[in-house]
Structures are given as C-alpha cells and as structure tokens.
Design a protein around this ligand. Structure first.
Ligand code: ADP
Ligand code: MG
Length: 244
C-alpha cells in the first residue's frame, strides 16, 4: 500500500463532502462529531472507511446516504447540493441512487427473502431482475424462506440482494460483515466486490477491520472525526486473500 501523495483531480466525485460539520445536540450537551470534514468519493470506486468505534464512520455514511444532514458545510451528489434539499428530495435521492447494507441486516421479518428484495425493486427507477439478483447471491433455493429460517450469512445475502436489486449508483455498507463469521464474511465481501467490479456501483464500506479494507481501492483512516490517513491500494487484494 502506498500513501496518497497528491490529491487526485482527474476523477469525478459522485459524492463530495465539503467542509462538513456535524454536531449532535442532546439537551444541554453538544457533541461535535465532524468538524471541517472534506472527502471526495469517486465514481465507481470501492472506498473503505476504517476507524475505531465512535470515530464518526456511521455519521459520515448517513450523510452520504441522505439519512442525515450536516450542521455546516455541504454534501453534494454529482454536483447537486443535498444540504438544502427538502425531505421529499432526499427521499427521492435515497430511493433512486442509494442502496444500504447494515450490520444487522434490517430485513422485514414477515416477508420472505424474495419479498424483501421486491420491496426495493418495486420503488426503484431501474431495478435489476429479482431472480437474477437472488441467483447472484446464491439464494435461489431459499427465496421463499423467512429471515428467521435463514442463517446470519444468508440474511446478510438477502440484505445485499435487496440493496443491489435497486441498481444503485451508491452502495453504502455499514459493518456488513461485522456480525458474520470469517468464512461467511468473506463470501459477503466477495459479493460486494463483484457488485463494484461487474455492475460498476460505487461502494463505501465501513469496517473496523483493516484487513478487510485491503480489498478496497482507497482506504480512509478515521480518528475522532478526522482523516488520519488516506491510502490508495494499487492492487486491492481479493476477499479470499483476507486473513485476520
Ligand atoms: P462509528 O460509526 O465510527 O462507531 P458514529 O458515527 O456512530 O461512530 O458516532 C460518532 C460519535 O457521534 C459517537 O460519539 C456517538 O455517540 C455520536 N453520535 C452519533 N449519532 C448520534 C446521535 N444521533 N446523537 C448523539 N450523538 C451521536
Ligand atoms: Mg458505526
């Protein structure tokens, strides 16, 4: 791995965080999680964000995904300022452009695997074929099972299928392997890498596991809401090569 020496100017940003501040106010207490935080996420890249618990990783992902808005600065999607966007516009942004994968899957328990995926394609602008996506994640045989009838790894594959089936420009993953054992985690990571390489989706992956980050094109190291290091992997390793 080499440390990035100069800002890359020849790639366009799908999302730009421009001097972003995020302060949470709880009663009398103000928690400043991000201050003057700037980062470009490039079209088509696989970006990992690593850092200890509480360093602001999820806060950043939520801002990128339009689940949250900054207290200062701007978040731009392909040049459009999301900071001043209405709730209605943000909802459309999430619906049309963003897929989320969370650590604890967030599946609807009363819907089958297939139905969970359908909830995403029914609202998407240009959805993928549900059966093709289920096949891609290896769940064709389990499509009619409910989440409670699936293992953790299978549930995460449903969650990935649901996010991918929207054909999102941005796939945002918050500790997607955090609840999985090693082998299952590697399989989930493989799926994400395939989605990036084959479908061209930009991926932002949060992990506190720096071994996993070696599969990404670039790695942002976060410490107390600041970028402590920004590393480019000229040769990202395959998920199957990850060891920890
Ligand atoms: P990470 O994902 O790296 O563990 P987070 O982005 O979730 O970190 O949180 C960073 C800090 O911001 C933590 O100190 C957390 O307690 C605080 N924080 C996050 N969300 C909220 C919120 N909605 N209200 C108050 N504090 C929050
Ligand atoms: Mg988090």
């Amino acid at each position: 791995m080499t440390t990035e020496s100069a800002p890359t100017t020849d790639r366009s940003a799908i999302v730009r965080l421009d001097h972003v501040g995020r302060v949470f106010t709880m009663g009398e207490v103000k928690v400043e999680v991000l201050r003057d935080f700037s980062l470009d996420i490039y079209e088509g890249e696989f970006l990992a964000i690593v850092g200890p618990s509480g360093s602001g990783k999820s806060t950043i992902l939520n801002l990128v995904g339009g689940l949250d808005q900054p207290t200062s600065g701007e978040v731009l999607f392909r040049g459009e300022d999301l900071t001043s966007a209405s709730n209605r516009r943000l909802t459309a942004y999430r619906r049309d452009h963003v897929g989320f994968v969370f650590q604890f899957y967030n599946l609807a328990p009363n819907l089958t695997a297939r139905e969970n995926v359908l909830t995403a394609t029914e609202i998407a602008r240009d959805p993928a074929d549900v059966d093709e996506v289920l096949e891609m994640v290896g769940l064709t045989e389990r499509a009619d099972h409910f989440p409670a009838q699936l293992s953790g790894g299978e549930q995460q594959r449903v969650a990935i299928a649901r996010a991918v089936a929207k054909n999102p420009d941005l796939l945002l993953c918050d500790e997607p392997t955090g609840a999985l054992d090693y082998t299952t985690g590697i399989k989930a990571l493989r799926l994400l890498v395939d989605v990036n390489r084959r479908l061209g989706a930009t991926i932002v992956l949060i992990t506190h596991n720096s071994a996993i980050a070696e599969t990404a094109d670039r790695v942002v190291h976060l410490r107390s809401g600041q970028i402590s290091d920004l590393v480019i992997n000229p040769h990202p390793i395959a998920p199957e090569e990850v060891t920890w």
